[in-house]
Design a protein. Structure first.
Length: 224
């Protein structure tokens, strides 16, 4: 099973607690670990998390600086946990705008966990689905692939997610009802589950509720 999550509402959660916005991001990072461990325990195939969108660069510099610091901290501190739980890290998105030291740690963690056989934890960082599709088209053009050979499989093989399965379930927190430029190609037939709870409040019991609701749905994949 492949689950994709739009982790929304960190700032709103912090505001409601009377805390600075960055404390919401810190609390959200704790949930990332908990949900990843739960997916590993359930022996799911993949968990893909929307960590930083390409549009998030419009946020205040102070908040972005903290997000980068938190990203660096998470990537480094969770290596032992990933190894102990057999988690294999993947990262999708554009690399421009991310500092060299963070890119180094990202690449190192991906390399260190490459041999793990359990859950694939895919972090979407500086990611935007339209940009991903543009990059895929550019690769196809650069490879001079004949027009008659370009089909859905060809495009999928040139996306950042090449070789990964498509998500079965999309979870979005904080009650928002939009995809926010997230995995537009890959989510074509995913089931969608929305909760009003902000991401820092998305605990394992609520995750279990989402999974239970999903198990009761009949997936049609475009059929009747």
């Amino acid at each position: 099973m492949h689950i994709a999550i739009i982790m929304d509402g960190n700032g709103r959660w912090a505001n409601r607690q009377g805390l600075p916005r960055h404390e919401g991001h810190r609390a959200g990072a704790v949930r990332v670990r908990e949900i990843a461990e739960e997916c590993a325990r359930r022996q799911f195939e993949q968990l893909t998390l929307y960590c930083l969108s390409s549009e998030n660069w419009k946020r205040p510099k102070q908040e972005l600086d903290f997000l980068m610091l938190l990203l660096h901290e998470y990537i480094v501190s969770q290596r032992t946990n990933m190894m102990e739980n057999g988690i294999r890290l993947s990262i999708i998105g554009r690399r421009n705008g991310i500092s060299e030291d963070i890119l180094y740690e990202m690449d190192r963690s991906v390399e260190m966990t490459a041999g793990n056989k359990g859950l694939r934890l895919c972090l979407a960082i500086n990611y935007g689905s339209r940009g991903e599709i543009v990059d895929a088209v550019r690769k196809i053009v650069q490879e001079s692939i004949p027009c008659e050979n370009i089909d859905e499989d060809c495009i999928a093989e040139h996306l950042y997610t090449a070789g990964m399965s498509e998500p079965d379930l999309l979870i979005r927190t904080a009650g928002e009802l939009r995809l926010s430029n997230y995995l537009l190609w890959q989510l074509s037939y995913a089931e969608i589950w929305i909760t009003e709870k902000c991401w820092p409040d998305f605990d394992v019991p609520l995750f279990a509720q989402a999974l239970d609701d999903f198990s009761k749905r009949k997936r049609r994949f475009g059929g009747l």
